[in-house]
Design a protein around this ligand. Sequence first.
Ligand code: GRF
Length: 204
Amino acid sequence: MKLGVLVSGKGSNLEALLTSEASGALRTETRVVISNVAGVRALEVAARADKKNLVLTNESFSSREAFETALVLQLREHGVEWVLLAGFNRLLTSTFLEAFPDRVVNIHPSLLPAFVGPLAIRQALRHGVRQTGVTLHLVDEGIDTGPILAQAPVPILDSDDESTLAARVHAVEHRLLVETLRRIVDKGFALSRTSDRPRVVWND
Ligand code: GRF
């Protein structure tokens, strides 16, 4: 699986991916890491692992379409077949998604469809739910709405604040990310389109 990873921040999921890849525990091949924000830790994580990395900021392009076209070009130049959004903070449109149909995967820190958007951990805590979790899903044009690949729960403790909960959610993200990519590589899936929304059906 030739992967391109899009990032905007800390890069802890990228780190989990690259560690598993380097140890041979995961048969993916990260070809390039692209950040839309300069100077973020994720770029250091990529460089430390000797991965090609570059920055394409939103502001250097006159339109969203031009930005996404440049992203696609870079990913194609690096032979990328699958794209992982690992803390990438920008919505993608059909300009990008049509270049990698059903091959863009996102990690989200909640049990979707609950708590979409960038503040999912804070919202779960404020809402008083007793458990939240992690979802790996395919990306469509909505906000965290694409077909679900995998989910794992994370209990919320009375003693939790945002940082303790975030730490446990991130630990589960790292595990579920690696497990799910491994399952895609080893088994693969099909999309069932028998209902109004496409649904992931894993091959056995
Ligand atoms: C993670 O919580 C992920 O679920 C969300 O953005 C965060 C990225 O964290 N989409 P990191 O950059 O991988 O540390």
